[in-house]
Design a protein. Structure first.
Lengths: 63, 317
């Protein structure tokens, strides 16, 4: 089975990859969007003084 | 001859890329001095294009973001091979940056919070990201999430660093000018920044510092003219490289150190702690500690951008 990788997907903020699997006739059998990144803001803002949170979460996306 | 450059991001927010775009009309001059061969946020090149380049094909790689997973490391090493000059762009590449605060926790703590516990997540099957998985008969793989964020220098040889979160746009422009004009200083230098402490360019008035109480920003309105630290607000200006244009200070916001340490300072957080300890008014250890105890989150206050590069570095277990 043939695989097409679109890696990385571009012109957006963040990381992404698309895997496309073709069947014997060359038609799309299945496709997957994968997000290969994780930074973990959900965890490391825990316990942060509330007045500091805006200065940290603005670094989730700078675009 | 036009420079060939590649611009890439690891564990980043894209703010460094936007800082390049924020050079506004000077972007046209950048386009005159350089051809771009990789820039995921703005142009459609693939990793396969980079792999197909001859080694040393690129004159410069600008790498923003820290190294959080195996893909970041793989592309950092790939670009190191393909570029004559490797530049760490921004606080995350230089020091780990804000995403480096994840080093206070283990990989497992983070995965659990994000995928199992977070209030906005529904995941009844308790599915976690896997390095390789089979879905509907297809094999899929993902990069390996490392146990800690690393700086660029911790995985590849870095030639120059442009600091900041984000780097000031004009500083990026002037650093690119150094490359185009073949005026780069000695390898390992910080470019696109000052060589003094931020305090030296801060417009606020500085006098004798005698701190008896540390204030959080909601506890007292700072006056408009006096040094934040003198007023009892933690400000990292004394331990931070100049070059940002005092942009936070001018917005009535104390510095958190995004331009990183000065040359020959091994640990920005410890430098700040030392500076703070020296301006506490009480002189008895017990009384000094009583003031320092008022810093409610010392790790993330003194190492806001530099935890991954600091001596604390990361949680082990």
């Amino acid at each position: 089975m043939k695989r097409i990788a679109i890696d990385p997907i571009t012109r957006l903020e963040g990381h992404g990859k698309i895997m496309i699997f073709l069947n014997e006739e060359g038609k799309v059998d299945n496709a997957f969007l994968q997000i290969p990144e994780l930074r973990g803001f959900e965890k490391f803002v825990e316990g942060l003084p509330i007045e500091e949170v805006p200065r940290v979460v603005t670094r989730i996306c700078g675009v | 001859m036009k420079l060939k450059i590649g611009i890439y991001w690891g564990a980043a927010c894209g703010g460094c890329d936007v800082a390049i775009l924020d050079t506004h009309e000077k972007l046209l001059e950048i386009a005159d001095m350089a051809d771009i061969y990789l820039w995921p946020v703005a142009m459609d090149f693939k990793y396969s294009d980079v792999r197909a380049m001859k080694d040393g094909f690129l004159d410069v790689a600008l790498f923003s973001g820290g190294v959080r997973n195996s893909e970041n490391e793989e592309i950092a090493k790939l670009l190191r091979k393909k570029a004559k000059v490797m530049i760490a762009l921004g606080a995350c590449a230089q020091l780990g940056g804000v995403p480096g605060l994840a080093n206070m926790y283990t990989r497992e703590d983070i995965l659990k919070r994000v995928y199992l516990e977070s209030e906005s997540t529904t995941n009844p099957g308790g599915v976690l990201p896997l390095e390789s998985a089979r879905a509907d008969g297809h094999d899929l793989d993902l990069p390996r999430l490392y146990n800690a964020v690393k700086t660029l220098e911790q995985v590849v040889d870095v030639d120059y660093t442009i600091p900041g979160c984000p780097p000031a746009s004009l500083q990026i422009y002037s650093a690119l000018g150094l490359i185009a004009d073949d005026m780069l200083p000695k390898k390992g230098s910080v470019i696109g920044a000052g060589d003094r402490a931020l305090c030296d360019e801060c417009p606020r008035k500085k006098g004798e510092k005698t701190i008896t109480k540390i204030y959080r920003t909601h506890e007292k309105l700072p006056d408009a003219e006096t040094c934040f630290l003198e007023q009892g607000f933690i400000c990292l200006g004394v331990a931070t490289r100049s070059g940002c244009g005092s942009r936070c200070i001018k917005s009535w916001t104390p510095c958190r150190g995004c331009y990183g340490p000065l040359d020959d300072v091994a640990d920005q957080g410890i430098k700040m702690l030392t500076a703070l300890a020296s301006v506490i008014e009480p002189k008895e250890e017990k009384d000094i500690n009583a003031v320092l105890d008022q810093v409610i989150d010392p790790v993330r206050t003194f190492n806001r951008f530099g935890l991954a590069a600091s001596m604390l570095r990361r949680r082990r277990t």
